[in-house]
Design a protein around this ligand. Sequence first.
Ligand code: 13P
Length: 342
Amino acid sequence: MNAQELIETANALVADDKGLLAMDESNPTCNERFAKLGIPQTEEVRRAYRELIITTPGLGDSISGAILYDETIRQQKKDGAPFLKVLSDAGIIPGIKVDTGAKEMAGHPGEKITEGLDGLRDRLKEYFQMGARFAKWRAVVVVGDGLPSRSGLEANAHALARYAALCQEAGLVPVVEPEVLMDGDHTLERCLKITEEALRNVFIQLNCQRVMLEGMILKPNMVLPGLTSPQQASVDEVADATVQSLLRTVPAAVPGIAFLSGGQSAELASSRLNAMNVRFKSRLPWGLAFSFARAIQQPALEIWRGHEANVAAAQAALLHRAQCNQAARRGEYTAAMERDLE
Ligand code: 13P
């Protein structure tokens, strides 16, 4: 492992107020999003959509890295140019999702465990040779009656740490993603408690597996009340609770924290990230960035709907979201930025 390269890559991923674009939906998830909009669910249409994303003019000014899926990292533009070359020409670091999905956890009704460790060393080697420089693994924490269990949190944290150690051995920066889901009617306080517990477990395991914290990125959820909770929270309450959970659990050696959006609206995700940076940026040891999928892509997907004629408008919407989130990193995002586009 080349520690210096890992550190440089991790820092580059959160430099210049840029963030990550998660475009690593598995085929079933991508198809599900296409189906909702009546878009055909074929490999060619998925390819065309990913071409739209990566050829967005100026994307590299606000996006530092793009997380790809195994199908996507091997694809080309219609004119034959490999996606990996398009990304590197745009100054965007290619990354790759390497888990094989969250499955039902044996003996733990309602909980999930992420799979993909078997054979991972060889897969990482191949992805590095192809040009990937970072990877992603997502663990899922379900909030429910008596959930999550201690053993569920520990098993997922252990898998994340095993993955992260293998990534660093292969020269890839691990993006470590423990996601506490928004589904449910729980309060913000409960999400805070569970997020803290999940992160505490993750850093214990990262330590045990000898992961170099300077060469990784954390990808957590924001601390939010459940989607169906009667007690919703203000933007500032979310910002305060989220930063509190991170200050209590994330070592200062970690260079960057890049949030997932988790089903929040694009505007709310930007506002909440902005509030965190406005209120806390000057006294935080790590950068607070973004690694959104839906909160960057969804407006563009809804404009595109599979039609060539809509490509330019969809790209403008995608770029706008990336720019709003870059502004949010600077604490300069305002509601007026949304009106500007109309
Ligand atoms: P969302 O931003 O849509 O939650 O996706 C982020 C991600 O990469 C989930 O693994």
